[in-house]
Design a protein around this ligand. Sequence first.
Ligand code: FE2
Length: 270
Amino acid sequence: MLTETQMADYKAKGYLVLPDFLTGETCAALRTAATNQVNDFEPGDHVSVFSTQADKQDRDQYFLASAQRIHFFFEEEAFDADGNLVVPKNQAINKIGHALHRLDPTFHKLSEDARLQAITADLGYREPVQLQSMYIFKQPGIGGEVTCHQDSTFLYTEPQSVMGFWFALEDATQENGCLWALPGEHLKPIKSRYVRKAEGGTGFITYDASPWPQEGLVPLEVREGTLVLLHGSLPHLSYANRSPKSRHAYALHMIDGVCDYPESNWLQRA
Ligand code: FE2
């Protein structure tokens, strides 16, 4: 599936851009599937659970349960000071996570695309396991910033084997909050881990509190249908979307099942 040059590129930079991986038809089907999920979702009395003022324990619980379910997470700017939604539901969701790839037939079909298995085989994965999926809306006007991070902070194996398949389901530009990455920085250790704490709840363990370099960040402006492979240790971010255009993307994360998977990972396999 991948050429020698592409494999070398991924290993050197920590990411690889594969344009035209999905057809326009497939992108539209995935966007429709996400829209249907949101339409079926009734936040009801539980909206308060999602606002930033909500009880941390409630938020933690809803988040942890999303490992095996389809749960909905709101944009921070979707609420007023009293915790009421200020935009319609379908413009208020930040992301859907984290078991779309198993529970939603349209996303499940993409998981079974033989080209994904071919890519993992090219990159040396022995037992590829798809662990989590996220549909990211990056809503027009209020799509929040995602600060610089490594995905292995949130999903960790020893040795490191996390890789993200990031599918652009709409054009991603600097205007609507495309990805930015620090090429080559994936060769350094991860700076922190997000873990389940022994006393309950979740939190971060920080190994290196130094700030990320600002120099060297490159924008990954890609067209609809592009697949971006992201190494788990690659620092990346996206800025807030203040434009009138959404920036839908679907991220599917996998690991190599032969690696050690710590019990402290927030996401535990059923
Ligand atoms: Fe990420």
